[in-house]
Write a protein that binds this ligand. Sequence first.
Ligand SMILES: Nc1ncnc2c1ncn2[C@@H]1O[C@H](COP(=O)(O)OS(=O)(=O)O)[C@@H](OP(=O)(O)O)[C@H]1O
Ligand SMILES: Nc1ncnc2c1ncn2[C@@H]1O[C@H](COP(=O)(O)OP(=O)(O)O)[C@@H](O)[C@H]1O
Length: 363
Amino acid sequence: MENTNLNRKNEEHMVSIANKSRNSCKAHSQSLSYCLRKSKSRIPGGCTVIVYETTSATSSDRPFSTLFSISVFSEMVTLQSARPLVRMYEYRPLISPSLGRLKPANVAVNNAIGPERSCGGWGFCCDAVTTSFLQPFKAATSNCSAIHGKGCHDYETSSGGKSTNIVWHDCPIGKPQREKLIQQKGCVIWITGLSGSGKSTLACALSQGLHSRRKLTYILDGDNIRHGLNSDLSFESEDRAENIRRIGEVASLFADAGIICIASLISPFRKDRDACRALLAEGDFIEVFLDVPLNICEARDPKGLYKLCRAGKIQGFTGIDDPYEEPLNSEIVLQYKEGMCSSAIDMAERVISYLEERGYLQA
Ligand SMILES: Nc1ncnc2c1ncn2[C@@H]1O[C@H](COP(=O)(O)OS(=O)(=O)O)[C@@H](OP(=O)(O)O)[C@H]1O
Ligand SMILES: Nc1ncnc2c1ncn2[C@@H]1O[C@H](COP(=O)(O)OP(=O)(O)O)[C@@H](O)[C@H]1O
């Protein structure tokens, strides 16, 4: 009897937060799990959440995405019998920047997994009231049993890379509270382009333009970060990927702090940029492609690096003997046209207008 009441209560709670989230998603075109996280909705104790891959879907606007299904069950599910309270779908990148390649699952919802068969998908039970929808993804590692384990715990531990038995701590002061305080919305402006395309100049003009409007920014410039945090990294492709991953993670923390973070780095590989995009809520990652042809960048050559490369003194230089994958769907493309290049200030104003139109310059 007690259990039935608990299940009914859970069911009502989950349906109400799902409805609320769907409505707010419509309004803000944000992902369901993000909305749930943002609305601080909680999965009730005793529920099971299963996240699994529904289809591998690639389309022109979501080239690296997979459709995932998130199902919430009212209790610890048993095979065959389970009917989810709520089922949601959401696109997620195939590659998780912090967890590597996500493990594809092979379960159908009516063949839902229980604790004893946890590795068919990413199931885990959540008992702690602090569980939020962010965590199924954070917790989704190949080591499902560590999550599902022997049942519910007071604290749900998860794994991330080499860290095991870690617990996500929440605080009532979150991004919205910080944003209200500084009257702006945290986001990442990701400037990509060849060496010499004008990334650092644009980043600086943008920071100045926003500063004069009393908006808080911080620049993460590839060159600068390689002097400190990333000084252990070379220009080999794995190290470039790690450079981008770290800067993406730091940028997302800045955005979470409510700051307009301007990341300016070559970031030559699409999948690395898309992985950084996936760290943020929809809309909060604004990719700016400085589309300047190689011959113009080479003619500028402010650091003399192209000359050194042509002289054979530098190997693996982007655009010469190392690849640059142009973005396909940048929010903003700033193009160099037939001898015409807008000034950095004009370009910065275009980005600022974009932010203004989308409400990022107010809380
Ligand atoms: N091999 C090679 N290829 C490209 N760039 C090189 C290389 N060696 C040194 N540099 C200098 O490093 C700056 C690029 O660093 P990033 O961190 O932005 O690069 S990456 O995103 O990891 O590809 C880049 O700075 P920018 O000119 O500001 O782009 C160069 O000054
Ligand atoms: N909009 C622009 N028009 C003309 N020259 C520019 C523009 N932006 C940057 N530059 C010049 O191009 C060179 C490279 O700029 P920089 O910002 O250092 O590029 P990156 O950071 O992409 O290597 C510098 O000499 C800079 O003065």
